[in-house]
Design a binder for this molecule. Structure first.
Ligand SMILES: [Zn+2]
Length: 343
């Protein structure tokens, strides 16, 4: 229990942050207000993909480009491409207008639509970290492992993961700057949730697009982590939170869901929840009363549900469950501990 004890007491050693990006021009994105898209300052909006028929679970960033067209941040699952089309139409755009896709990471709920979009907009450039780039060009291995997890639900949840042509891929990493269509974004490498995770910050607008490094926070509820296998690393994630906060952004935009301006409170709560989840999983691994890991994961999911349920309504808690998958999160943190010698 020394490990768990040190976790509880010194959130400090690895305290970190993640990244973001922003958009830098334009007025208030006036058309967003009437389109159904969520307006974000500085010529940006967020289109709701209505994942599993529910609002505010997965959002796609849409950035108006001064040189014409739009850039997308994390286009989401291919299964929701029609929702993306509808959202773009509300902004007076089509998939054909896409000039760039900024991927924060390649998890299926963020990235599977990229190949299909490039098929419709062949000039679009896809920005992605080096660890994720090979899987965007050839998703077969990723799909094989995801298939073992999702089975028959693969197509319904994520759709068809088409490869992105290698000529359309640009690898990005810590310290890079990308400037699609006349907007400028700094790139930070922000592992911890995934080892292929980057964040994009636009200094001109003060907006940081942080993918899942900012955790999940829906409709102003609590900020919580999402910790699926296989890359979860608590210390790296907290360091990535610090990395994002080092940008001193005015707002961070989480894929699940939307912009938040209370940066310190947001990441403070997220880091605290990450520690609490990690401790809970560690304790379950040490507890021989559980007959199996499935039982541990089920009990963990119930614990998280109750924990969130103390803060928001049951329906609101359900949205968090849809966005996160608490059962899966146990396995990610269990893997983290076992790499460090846990039972
Ligand atoms: Zn993710």
């Amino acid at each position: 229990m020394t490990v768990a004890g040190s976790l509880r007491e010194d959130g400090a050693p690895g305290t970190a942050a993640s990244a973001t990006h922003g958009v830098g021009h334009g007025a208030d994105g006036g058309n967003a207000a009437t389109s159904g898209a969520l307006d974000i300052a500085g010529g940006a909006a967020m289109v709701d993909l209505h994942h599993q028929g529910q609002a505010t679970i997965i959002g796609v960033g849409v950035l108006e480009l001064p040189e014409g067209g739009v850039a997308l941040v994390d286009p989401g699952p291919e299964a929701r491409l029609d929702d993306l089309r509808a959202g773009l139409a509300g902004l007076g755009r089509t998939l054909n207008d896409v000039r760039a896709i900024l991927l924060t990471h390649i998890h299926l709920d963020h990235a599977t639509a990229a190949g299909a979009i490039v098929r419709e907009a062949p000039g679009a450039i896809v920005y992605v970290h080096a660890v994720g780039a090979p899987h965007m060009a050839d998703p077969s291995r990723l799909l094989a492992s995801a298939g073992r997890i999702y089975g028959d639900a693969m197509a319904t949840l994520w759709g068809e993961f088409l490869p992105v042509p290698r000529r359309s891929i640009r690898v990005v990493d810590e310290g890079d700057t990308v400037a699609p269509g006349g907007r400028r974004f700094e790139v930070a490498y922000v592992p911890g949730h995934a080892k292929h995770h980057v964040a994009y910050c636009e200094a001109a607008t003060g907006t940081a697009w942080v993918g899942d490094v900012g955790g999940i926070r829906i409709r102003g509820g609590p900020a919580i982590p999402v910790t699926p296998p296989p890359d979860i690393d608590v210390e790296l994630w907290k360091a990535s939170m610090d990395r994002v906060m080092a940008w001193d952004p005015e707002r961070v935009v989480a894929t699940h869901f939307g912009p938040y301006g209370d940066i310190e409170a947001h990441f403070g709560e997220l880091a605290g929840e990450l520690d609490a989840w990690a401790l809970r999983v560690r304790e379950s691994l040490d507890d021989d009363a559980f007959a199996s890991d499935r039982n541990r994961a089920t009990a963990f999911a119930e614990w998280v549900t109750a924990r969130i349920g103390r803060k928001v309504s049951p329906a609101h808690t359900d949205l968090y469950g849809t966005a996160s998958g608490f059962f899966d999160s146990w396995w990610g943190l269990a893997r983290y501990w076992r790499k460090r010698g846990a039972a």
